[in-house]
Design a protein around this ligand. Sequence first.
Ligand code: NAD
Length: 485
Amino acid sequence: MVSKTIPVDDFDLVIFGGTGDLASRKILPGLFRRMVAGQMPRTAKIIGAARSPYDRKGYQEHVRKSLEEFVPKEKRAAKDVKDFLNCLDYVELDVFTPDGWKQMAKMMRKGAVRAFYFSVGPSLFGTIANSLVKYKVADEHSRVVVEKPFGHDLDSAKVLNAELAECFTEDQIYRIDHYLGKETVQNLMAIRFGNALFEPLWNNHHVDHVQITAAESLSVAGRGSYYDQSGAMRDMVQNHLMQLLCLTAMEPPSMFEANAVRDEKLKVIKALQPVSQKDVVRGQYSAGDGEDDYITHSENPSSKTESYVAMKVDVANWRWAGTPFYLRTGKRLRHRMSEIAIVFKDPPHSIFEQDFKEMRGNVLVIRLQPDEGIKMRVTIKDPGPGGMRLREVPLDMSFAETLGEDVKDLPDAYERLIMDVIRGNQTLFMRGDEAEAAWAWVDPIVKGWEELNTKPLPYDARSSGPDDAMMLMHRDGRRWRDISK
Ligand code: NAD
């Protein structure tokens, strides 16, 4: 059986930053795939809005090149490309000037869903929102999608929320976090709340600890000076890792509905204990494996920005007290790998001859990338005549292998989330109060570093991070899982 594709209503989507990297690499190829899959109507209108001096034809050519670069040839039938380019239009504008808005308003169709994707830096959000209302481009049913970073700290996030709230209601605002659009992340909810097996074990009685890893093998070369202003904590922990932690730790919502889910996630963020400096390790990658070090890439010889962070986090509530969550993320690590690992407690007693210490607890691994899937480590008898020897094996549910045809053309995270915007489903988007609460928790940690004024620890390129990050686990009698392909 091939998965069902449910078409969305006809829509007009304006992409501010329609000539930028994100639009060219993810948003437009994603929309193309949704059109081919039959989910986006071929009558939809996609309007690029940016400063480049294109007319409609010029923009169509620009997008044709993006499709050639980012969609494999065998998935780009000439008829589909023609139909997709036909959906496109373009408005040249600098959002800080009054030109172009009236032209955009005229392009909007009555009766189609209206969405505006702010694929530009956050300093433009307020101005765009204002002009959309002022020039009547948006109406009261329109949706706006805003990209990360949603602010730099609590104060700036509050300003952004206030600017958007002046023009749109909260149920019109979609703060995108592409981690939430991943198939496995939604599967985490399906596993937890669709199976009676796991929920009784999902607590501090049975779970020893949780590890959340988002490792990248790439450096920040090429965008180092931009990255240097944020660092791993702001770029990854405040949003992506925090969202994964929330979905893992939250109480079952009363229903699978946007505000019910987001209420539960917010409760988790509010239950996070302040993190003391002894529970955080920061790192900066060294030169190696044919590439320069972080300092060179950041173009800032005195940079104290972290390209790696590992931390121990306590969720202070009845379900999780005493069961730590360990988070780590970094650039230039051994492999690109993101996963959530629920490490269950060891069995309380061994009835077998085998050394009890050799029997380790079960681990449920929810893998986000690469090779999305779910794996469970279980102990079985080693096959063959050698007596009752035990051995650990993975019960593997790699989506690609298990679900075959069903997952061959899974929408990528951006595609899925854009379709949710058109459907008006906010479940997988961050609410304003969530973003602020996450910053309120992150800010003191970053401020602590600034006050200490110390440099992050160096770590080898293509390693698992600084040695101190290993110690963070070892001192608790635990160890990180391997960063593997
Ligand atoms: P980019 O620099 O490649 O493109 C920026 C776009 O904004 C261009 O189309 C430019 O014409 C337009 N623009 C800039 N100033 C403008 C103005 N005054 N008026 C009209 N248009 C203007 O940036 P990008 O990489 O596409 O990123 C866009 C946003 O998405 C940023 O906020 C970024 O942080 C975020 N983001 C990007 C990625 C990514 O992979 N590129 C991933 C996550 C989030």
